[in-house]
Design a protein around this ligand. Sequence first.
Ligand SMILES: NC(=O)c1ccc[n+]([C@@H]2O[C@H](COP(=O)([O-])OP(=O)(O)OC[C@H]3O[C@@H](n4cnc5c(N)ncnc54)[C@H](O)[C@@H]3O)[C@@H](O)[C@H]2O)c1
Length: 324
Amino acid sequence: MTVLVTGGAGYIGAFVVRALREAGHRPVVVDDLSTGHASAVPDGVRFGRVACGETEAVARLMREERVDGVVHLAALSLVGESVRDPGRYWARNVGQAAGLLDACRIAGVRRFVLSSTAAVYGEPERVPIDEDHPTRPTNPYGATKRAIEQMLGHFRDAAGIGWVSLRYFNAAGAAPDGSLGEAHDPETHLVPIAVRAALRGEPRLTVFGDDYPTPDGTCLRDYVHVIDLADAHVRALDWLAAHPGEGLVCNLGGGRGTSVLEVIDAVGRITGRPVPHEIGPRRAGDPSVLVASVERAREQLGWTPARSSIDEIVSDAVRWHARS
Ligand SMILES: NC(=O)c1ccc[n+]([C@@H]2O[C@H](COP(=O)([O-])OP(=O)(O)OC[C@H]3O[C@@H](n4cnc5c(N)ncnc54)[C@H](O)[C@@H]3O)[C@@H](O)[C@H]2O)c1
């Protein structure tokens, strides 16, 4: 299958490109390099430096390359920034997705995999969170992803585009050989921040609140190894090939909760260096527990989060950060 990967120069996208090649597919990358890195795109992969919502240019590329399916990762994804600048998030995330889906309609591409997020659920009513949990996003970032999911239904009706929306929980980890990993700027994710703090001593890590109703008082999150995530995209494309014109939502997580202090402990153990950190106040809008039910991904995609123990995630991240 030839697969257009938007955001293929970003953290998760680079792993999706790698997984597609390993599975014998042919990725084509579209990325505007707003947060990604051209060096993450391997030699031999066609790379169009263009915004994914440029309908005409993307439809042309789809036709030239005879694209069979799309994995749409390109997005702005900083929650705090989305609260401060919602217009940019709606224009970029939702507007660009509409342009991309129009390109699919024009070029006759009928398989579409979306990078969605646990942020579509908002404050959980129950955990683990399954896909039937109500979606009430509490920030513009989550709302834009939910809006794109709704748009997928409209394009399925109008143009027969089958879709899978993958709602990731916390992506983390790196290639075990240290060849590929997370390089966000600014970095807002706990694992890389803790690893950098351990290896370089700065910046110090702030734990946002230790008075939550959890065993150690810090928030529980669900970490999923980026290699497990990438594997799910290949499976989602296979699912679409077997279920033309259908739609599916799947959570992707490790299926277990790990507290902030447990991550800090794992990084300290694995690096042999304590993580310098301090306890700060709670951050507005942080739910105490976010843990995925991953039963549907198991049943429908045959997927398991095989590498998503916190020790494996942290060990791989440490190798990457020690090299980079
Ligand atoms: N990292 C996580 O834990 C996590 C969790 C849930 C969902 N997600 C989603 O996964 C996707 C990838 O996240 P990531 O952590 O790899 O982010 P990233 O910033 O590393 O990658 C995003 C890539 O998309 C590109 N891009 C952004 N807007 C674009 C546009 N309009 N046109 C073309 N290219 C564009 C960027 O240059 C970058 O290479 C995002 O959609 C994000 O919302 C990530």
